[in-house]
Design a protein. Structure first.
Length: 86
């Protein structure tokens, strides 16, 4: 009910966002973007290749998890260099 009244009072999503940012600024919170390497690192630590995985009917070698990690980091670094992905 309160939100309905606020929506009719001329408040926009942008004004709510500005208010939230002002509260965070007053609390001296430091917000920043999380680079994709942190997200990929999290999922790599959880395991992305399992013992039961196979490729073309064959078991995966021990090198595959190393390659997955190598290429994941490569593509994360690539996105950090391209402004469009930031």
């Amino acid at each position: 009910l309160v939100l309905t009244r606020l929506s009719h009072a001329g408040y926009t999503p942008l004004s709510f966002r500005d208010g939230e940012v002002e509260v965070l600024r007053c609390l001296e919170w430091k917000l920043r973007a999380i680079p994709p390497i942190h997200v990929v690192g999290y999922f790599l630590s959880k395991g992305v290749v399992f013992e039961t995985d196979s490729w073309q009917g064959r078991r995966l070698t021990e090198k595959i998890p190393k390659y997955v990690k190598k290429y994941a980091k490569f593509f994360c670094n690539l996105t950090l260099q391209e402004y469009a992905f930031q």
